[in-house]
Design a protein around this ligand. Structure first.
Ligand code: C2E
Ligand code: MG
Ligand code: MG
Length: 761
């Protein structure tokens, strides 16, 4: 027969089967029965001897096969069990002889090892350190039970006259037992989970203690050796020790453990109450000698001291955790600066002070420029270091009475109380901050230049911290819009425009459902012959209260809120529906008339499902894909170049054409044009409007045309308003044009799709 090659190894990893531990217990019960049966025969000592040997073997086997991380405790247990056995044999052999104390020497050393084993377990789980409460509680129990043991067993045996030398040794056992008990209690109070092996150990130790109490009792009667039946508890005790070692859960006994949260369980409380009451009870109930009253008094005093230690420890611990909670509640975890609630509290106090003493509070709202980029490209750990470095820099700049807080991701606040007549105000502080960020920071061995955008608001008139924060935040956004790395001072007109923006946002959410959005169309003509070749769909919002709103006013809001995805999808559908309807009436338009549709950066994100929508709508309206031109600005393409390139390629594969809108206002980079699959370039209106008077504009247009022709791209000029612009652009080689000269954007029904302008002279 062959054994699976991995078999032995897997068994090693899992340890011994837990049935083995139970088999060992069964074996012990068999020996216990044998002991009772053989008690009057010459073989009475045999079961106990067998059990001793079996236990030592079980301990050694469990130690090597269960592979605990710490083997020492089990070695100690094995040595302890071996010495118990030696003690028991010697006791029988040397009974009555002068060397009888040798038996006790062996047994007591065995206890020493057992104790050492428990202590080794406690140390290996590293949970006792700092466990002041477990230690004091354990000691209280120990002192109390120890006092009882001394009064009940040790004192009576010690007063047995002639036997005193041996008897005193007998009286020591219960005291040793009490110490073992202490360690067992500690073990349970420092465990989060009590495993089977623990229960075997605890039960085993319990029976050993029972056995000792039995011997201690006959010791008080003046005997050293009793009936063999008195060894029964020892057999059971050994059963527990051996089973504990054989059970696979023994490994977790000596693993490092989390200390259970300090809670006074009812069980523990009950044990402690009994322990505290025992010594005084002894004094009152057992008073028969001076020795007893001494033991009672000393133990009561000790317990009182321990309770005091425990109380002081508890009060200190409570104070420390309160302090910790307070710190947590007011501090930002990453930088250790104040957090938002704490800042608000402090600023409100400053504002109240300014109301009585005069003066004002200046608040700077700071946001690190391009922080998202740092986080995205270098990872969060670098981001965290940048935040810490920024916090340190701000701490260096802030004066001793200034307030500094981190209130969000990369947002910090500096607040300064400006006394009446003082000119050490927020403006100065802002200048220092912006200057302070000029020197690069060193983060993870790299040198990084970060700038900050700052909004400044002052508490003039009735204000609150929250109001100041809002205003400074608004001003900070202006600083970002104005090009970052600067400070903008809040003024109330900003508040109005914020309000207007919020209103626009709310109204825009309903605009689509309530059919308030519509498309106007503007013709795009071939400059060579003046024929209309395409139209551009331009979005309009017929606002019930405000009339027609320009896309320049609401598209930024739609982009910010993400509404543009839904609106943009509607524009695609509606413009294709319109194109299909023109195409259906063949008299209305050129069969090759194209439709230009503007697309925002947000729509290029993967999850906007632009490609699928475009494909479905083309099919739905039966429009050939090449008649749809999607217009994108360079900055929209560059917002997320990798994902845009992928998406634009997918659109290109559908057959859709792509145009770069507003060319000349962005990077105007040739490499971008090569990188993205575009086929048209739209020259921005700003170049066209100046082209007749400004030689530079003419040069730029000439260059764009030359470059585009070289790359095989078609050029469209935007915003042609005069015949002069038309003529010049035509001469420069621009193929297509769009502008008021040819026609303003108009509703579909108002549009004349026949040549409107004669060819230039
Ligand atoms: P754009 O794509 O560059 O559109 C051309 C803009 O120039 C239109 O403004 C048009 O009315 C205007 N225009 C055309 N000819 C002339 C002219 O001869 N002189 C002058 N001064 N202006 C002229 P409009 O309709 O206000 O649209 C502004 C911008 O809004 C568009 O710029 C486009 O970027 C955006 N937009 C419009 N509709 C949509 C849309 O459906 N989706 C998206 N994402 N953006 C849109
Ligand atoms: Mg456009
Ligand atoms: Mg444009």
């Amino acid at each position: 027969m062959h054994e699976a090659p991995g078999g032995v190894r897997a068994e090693d990893r899992q340890g011994l089967p837990d049935t083995l531990a139970w088999s060992f217990v069964a074996f012990a019960l068999f020996l216990a029965t044998a002991l009772v049966v053989l008690r009057h025969t010459g073989l009475a000592a045999l079961p106990m001897a067998l059990m001793g040997v079996a236990t030592a073997v079980a301990l050694l086997v469990g130690r090597s096969r269960n592979r605990p991380a710490h083997r020492r405790p089990w070695t100690f247990f094995a040595l302890g069990a071996g010495l118990f056995l030696v003690g028991a044999v010697l006791r029988q052999v040397l009974s009555g002889s002068a060397s009888a104390p040798l038996a006790d020497a062996a047994t007591l050393t065995g206890y020493g090892f057992t104790l050492a084993a428990f202590i080794a377990i406690l140390l290996s789980r590293r949970s006792v350190r700092g466990g002041l409460h477990e230690l004091t509680d354990g000691l209280i129990v120990t002192v109390s039970v120890g006092a009882v043991a001394v009064v009940v067993f040790t004192l009576p045996t010690a007063t047995q006259g002639s036997l005193s030398a041996f008897a005193l040794v007998q009286g020591v056992y219960p005291v040793v037992d009490v110490v073992v008990l202490f360690v067992i209690v500690l073990l349970s109070w420092t465990s989060t989970k009590l495993v089977a092996s623990y229960w075997f150990l605890a039960t085993g130790t319990f029976w050993l203690l029972v056995g000792d109490v039995g011997y201690a009792y006959i010791g008080t009667q003046g005997h050293l050796v009793g009936s063999p039946v008195m060894d029964l508890p020892f057999i059971l005790g050994f059963a527990g020790l051996g089973a504990a070692a054989l059970h696979p859960s023994m490994r977790s006994l000596s693993q490092p453990q989390l200390r259970p949260v300090q809670a006074w369980s009812n069980g523990r409380l009950a044990i402690l109450v009994v322990a505290v009451l025992l010594p005084p009870t002894l004094l009152v109930a057992w008073y028969d000698s001076e020795a007893v009253s001494w033991v009672g008094a000393v133990s009561a005093a000790l317990i009182t001291l321990l309770l005091l230690v425990r109380a002081v420890g508890a009060v200190r611990g409570y104070a420390r955790s309160q302090e910790g909670l307070r710190h947590q509640a007011t501090r930002d975890a990453l930088t250790g600066l104040s957090n938002r609630p704490h800042l608000v509290e402090q600023v409100d106090a400053l504002i109240r002070r300014s109301e009585t003493d005069g003066g004002r509070v200046d608040m700077l709202f700071l946001d690190i420029d391009g922080f998202k980029l740092v986080n995205d490209s270098w990872g969060h750990h670098v981001g965290d270091r940048v935040l810490n470095a920024a916090a340190a820099r701000l701490e260096g700049i802030a004066g001793p009475t200034d307030l500094l807080a981190r209130i969000g991701g990369d947002e910090f606040v500096l607040a300064r109380f400006v006394g009446a007549g003082s000119n050490n105000d927020g403006q100065n502080l802002a200048a220092e901050v912006i200057d302070g960020f000029r020197t690069p920071m060193t983060v993870s061995d790299a040198s990084l230049v970060t700038t900050v955008s700052v909004g400044l608001a002052s508490s003039i008139g009735p204000s609150t911290a929250e109001g100041l924060l809002r205003d400074a935040d608004t001003a900070m956004y202006r600083a970002k819009d104005a090009g970052r790395n600067r400070c903008v001072v809040f003024d109330t007109s900003m508040r109005d425009s914020v309000r207007a923006r919020v209103e626009t946002e709310l109204a825009l959410r309903h605009a689509l459902d309530r059919d308030q959005l519509l498309l106007h169309y503007q013709p795009i003509v071939s400059l060579a012959d003046g024929e209309i070749r395409g139209v551009e769909a331009l979005l309009r919002w017929a606002h019930p209260g405000k009339g027609m709103i320009s896309p320049l006013d609401f598209i930024p809001v739609a982009e910010e809120t993400g509404l543009i995805v839904e609106i943009g999808a509607w524009v695609v559908s509606e413009s294709l529906r319109q194109l299909a309807s023109w195409r259906a009436r063949s008299s209305a338009a050129d069969p090759d008339l194209w439709m230009s549709v503007n697309v925002s950066a947000r729509q290029l994100q993967q999850d906007s499902s632009l490609v699928a929508h475009v494909e479905a709508e083309l099919r739905r309206y039966g429009v050939p894909a090449h008649l749809l031109i999607l217009e994108l600005t360079e900055s929209a393409m560059m917002a997320d170049p990798v994902s845009s390139a992928l998406l634009l390629t997918q659109l290109r594969e559908l057959g859709v054409s792509l145009a770069v809108d507003d060319f000349g206002t962005g990077h105007s980079s040739l490499s971008h044009l090569r990188r993205f699959p575009v086929s048209k370039v739209k020259i921005d209106r700003s170049f066209v409007s100046g082209i007749e008077d400004d030689a530079d504009d003419e040069e730029i247009v000439r260059a764009v045309v030359a470059m585009s022709l070289a790359m095989g791209l078609e050029v469209v000029a935007e915003g042609i308003e005069t015949p002069g612009q038309y003529a010049l652009l035509n001469r420069l080689g621009v193929q297509f044009g769009q502008g008021w000269h040819f026609g303003r954007p108009a509703a579909a029904e108002d549009l004349v799709l026949r040549p409107v302008v004669s060819r230039p002279a």
